[in-house]
Design a protein around this ligand. Structure first.
Ligand code: C2E
Ligand code: MG
Ligand code: MG
Ligand code: MG
Length: 279
């Protein structure tokens, strides 16, 4: 049904419009509103040294409280934000908010480091490195206290562009991590050429509560590869004591996961740095 609403103003209602397309439209509209309405917030999940059980830093993880729906996990809105370009504004908000927060924490916890996830679309923006530099300066946060996480699939879809973008960032002094390592198709020759500091081993590798000998052999190989390339290793998704012990034995440097510490509210972060979180 098309309704004429004054000259030159035609509003089209399409009764056959797919419920899915409609859902996308309202999702887009709600998402557009979310930044200005302050409906995003960040949780922080500690990265823990497996040998000492101490938190050394935190990873910022975005949450969206959608009116009428409640909390939407990142997987429920980041893909759309990447498609329609909203990820640029969201990413700037995340870096600024987490950066300001980390600078405040570092006044009393000087060793605290910050990890921030970055999407592929943000990375290829030619102004991205300059934006990062300015934001960190505004926050009063040294670049060396920050590590940007990029997924393996983003880096490997166009390795040449990725190397160029990463080199600009590396020149600023920020750390760079490959997130979800092992889920994409890393060319090992490119891995050597990427100017990265940290390998985050995807939780798929330790998905069994009690890792098998074969699981451990694969992870050992990844840890050895990382060591050869002089990369820090972080294992994601440590959910059991068995996994924690096994990963520590393999010489993995850091861990994240529900067994070590869940993503927590910013108010709870300082307490996580007062002593070992786990034996
Ligand atoms: P990621 O960066 O790999 O983050 C780890 C995800 O695993 C987080 O999910 C975290 O809550 C979850 N996790 C932590 N420990 C465990 C565990 O022991 N078991 C299991 N099953 N899961 C665990 P979350 O917060 O839903 O985030 C999902 C993904 O969304 C992130 O994966 C990241 O790729 C993306 N993301 C989150 N925040 C941001 C952001 O601010 N910007 C961008 N670009 N992406 C983000
Ligand atoms: Mg991450
Ligand atoms: Mg990850
Ligand atoms: Mg992940």
């Amino acid at each position: 049904r098309a309704k004429k609403d004054g000259p030159g103003k035609v509003v089209v209602f399409e009764p056959a419009m797919h419920a899915e397309a409609l859902a996308r439209l309202t999702l887009t509209a709600d998402l557009q509103h979310a930044l200005t309405a302050g409906r995003f917030r960040l949780l922080y999940q500690p990265l823990i040294r497996l040998d000492s059980g101490r938190a050394t830093g935190v990873e910022a993880l975005i949450r969206w409280s959608r009116p009428g729906t409640g909390n939407v996990p990142p997987a429920g809105f980041l893909p759309l934000a990447e498609e329609n370009g909203m990820i640029a504004d969201i990413g700037r908000w995340v870096l600024r908010t987490a950066g300001e927060q980390a600078a405040r924490w570092r006044a009393t916890i000087p060793e605290l480091t910050l990890n921030v996830n970055v999407s592929g679309r943000e990375l290829v923006d030619p102004h991205f490195a300059a934006t990062v530099e300015r934001t960190l300066a505004d926050c009063g946060l040294p670049a060396g206290a920050v590590t940007l996480e990029l997924t393996e699939s983003v880096l490997m879809s166009d390795p040449r562009t990725a190397v160029a973008c990463l080199t600009d960032l590396r020149d600023l002094g920020v750390g760079l991590a490959i997130d979800d390592f092992g889920t994409g198709y890393s060319s090992l020759s490119y891995l050597q050429r990427l100017p990265v500091d940290e390998l985050k081993i995807d939780r798929a590798f330790i998905s069994r509560a009690e890792p098998t000998t074969a699981d451990l052999a694969v992870i050992r190989t990844v840890v050895e590869l990382a060591r050869t390339l002089k990369l820090r290793t972080v294992v994601e998704g440590v959910e059991t004591a068995e996994q924690h012990v096994a990963m520590r034995r393999l010489g993995c440097d850091y861990g994240q996961g529900y067994h070590l510490c869940r993503p927590i509210e910013p108010e709870s972060v300082p307490a996580a740095f007062t002593g070992p979180l786990i034996a």
